[in-house]
Design a protein around this ligand. Sequence first.
Ligand code: CU
Length: 130
Amino acid sequence: MTNSENERNVDRRGFLQRMAWMGTAALWTLATGVVKGTHIEDTTPALGDGPHVVVDNFKFAPATIAVPIGATVTWTNRDDVPHNVVSTDKKFASPVLDTDEKFSYTFPAAGTFKYYCSIHPRMTGQVVVG
Ligand SMILES: [Cu+2]
């Protein structure tokens, strides 16, 4: 083995060691990400705090929700098709919510606030505030 061949081999070993280290680092990052993801799911209540309406199977559930003045209602689309939440009186309107996306609106005054899904107008619900 000549001197220069020996140097090349050393170089290659160093390269392989760096690659192995990078692979370990990448795996560690992935593992940490998975742990973090699990951690968030474990500590966050499935439906969040406050009054909640779930959109599932082309229905708002509950269809009527009663909340105190100042409450923030959160809608979550648990359906596998997009829906939205649009106030009949144009008081609020969500963007189109894909699966698991949320929309929140705070109701500052008493009243009955009807809403529907403009994509599927037969989907209706109401928030009774007061
Ligand atoms: Cu819909």
